[in-house]
Design a protein around this ligand. Structure first.
Ligand code: SF4
Ligand code: SF4
Length: 128
């Protein structure tokens, strides 16, 4: 089992330092892999990263929402979107994303595409 970073991730970077097995990586290039990713071959499912994410982007694999109910004001960040997000990460570095979209309160979105993205990124990252 593994945890999965969903498209709610805005590259805040706060989760990386707390992972005891160092299996969280920024997607690079960000234009192709806009979020951070968890290497599922190394993740021990400990859950330590979950409370570190200011955007509540991390879920256990089996709990990734198929019908995520937006509070309003959060962003999704994925290839194909063309909106802009600007902010600062956990370390105070400026973050600019051109693959984002602001969600409206009450909007319902399927975050499970992040599972497929994680598999694709893993093949890319592990070169398999
Ligand atoms: S803390 Fe959340 S937003 Fe930041 S990199 Fe990790 S998953 Fe992404
Ligand atoms: S669940 Fe634990 S091992 Fe997996 S990415 Fe998060 S902190 Fe790392």
């Amino acid at each position: 089992m593994t945890h999965v970073i969903t498209s709610l991730c805005l590259r805040d970077n706060g989760c990386v330092a707390v992972c005891p097995v160092k299996c969280i990586y920024p997607g690079e290039p960000a234009s192709q892999w806009p979020t951070f990713f968890i290497d599922p071959t190394t993740c021990t499912d400990c859950g330590s990263c979950v409370p570190e994410c200011p955007f509540d982007a991390i879920f256990p694999l089996t709990e990734v929402p198929g019908a995520y109910l937006a509070r309003g004001g959060e962003y999704v960040n994925q290839v194909g979107l063309t909106g802009r997000y600007e902010g600062f990460d956990h370390h105070g570095n400026k973050i600019v994303l051109d693959t984002a979209r602001l969600l409206a309160a009450g909007e319902i979105i399927d975050l499970r595409s992040s599972i497929k993205e994680t598999v694709m990124w893993s093949c890319h990252f592990l070169d398999i």
